[in-house]
Design a protein around this ligand. Structure first.
Ligand SMILES: [Zn+2]
Ligand SMILES: [Zn+2]
Length: 240
């Protein structure tokens, strides 16, 4: 598959744009390459660029050339939008190849025991610090799906352009004192849709139990590896 085809495919999956618009964007990348080659006297082939950061420089060069900037403005910024989408595509490709290489990348998941973090005391309550990047990592790895039911798709997030999900600590942070190791670990964070998440916090116990059971079965071994020994009935107890 050529880069152009890959890019088209990726946009079909992630951009919510019509096939017609997507084809225009894919063609726009070729047009920009040709025009920049013409105006800058150096051969520029955007589809052979692999790092997303270079796309910013391409865009800057493009916008400095008056005829091209005006053409982009007349065309509802189709050309610069195409570059933005191509940059997003490259970014994700870089991200995936980092995972595949399994370098000591921050995205490989290890279910290890982690020492408890810091906490603050406010109104006599302990608030344990959380590492937001762990939630982001789990959501990415779980493909922005609700782990209770992957058909739960309510809306597309503006920030990620993917199904909106939230991270939830299966053993909730307020129970940290009951455990020797940190609860703020990959093993204990699940990706759930907003409705399942609200049920887990605000629902009736009988509705919570169905979700807890499924999530517990998915994480039982990982929780143990992270030093979080808990039986299903004990976990349910914590949701009463
Ligand atoms: Zn939660
Ligand atoms: Zn759900």
């Amino acid at each position: 598959m050529t880069r152009r085809e890959e890019f088209t495919r990726w946009m079909l999956k992630h951009s919510n744009r019509s096939k017609n618009t997507i084809d225009k964007y894919a063609a726009a990348v070729v047009t920009i390459s040709k025009e920049l080659t013409k105006y800058s006297n150096t051969t520029i082939d955007i589809y052979s660029i692999n790092d997303s950061m270079s796309i910013d420089s391409i865009k800057q060069i493009y916008l400095k050339i008056d005829v091209l900037r005006e053409k982009d403005e007349r065309g509802n910024r189709m050309y610069t939008s195409a570059l933005e989408w191509y940059k997003k595509y490259l970014k994700e490709a870089e991200f995936i190849s980092n995972i595949a290489k399994e370098q000591p990348s921050e995205y490989s998941v290890k279910h290890i025991k982690k020492l408890k973090g810091e906490f603050k005391i406010k109104d006599g309550m302990k608030y344990w610090n959380r590492d937001r990047s762990i939630v982001d990592k789990i959501i990415y790895i779980k493909n922005n799906e609700c782990e209770y039911d992957n058909t739960h798709r309510y809306f597309i997030s503006k920030a990620t352009n993917k199904n909106y999900v939230e991270g939830h600590h299966l053993i909730q942070m307020q129970f940290q004192d009951m455990f020797e190791y940190s609860l703020d670990v990959e093993s204990n964070i699940v990706s759930v849709c907003l409705v399942c998440h609200k049920i887990l916090h605000l629902g009736r116990l009988e509705d919570k139990i169905k979700i807890i059971e499924k999530l517990y079965n998915l994480r039982e071994h990982e929780l143990k590896s992270s030093g979080l020994d808990i039986r299903l009935d004990e976990l349910i107890e914590l949701y009463k």
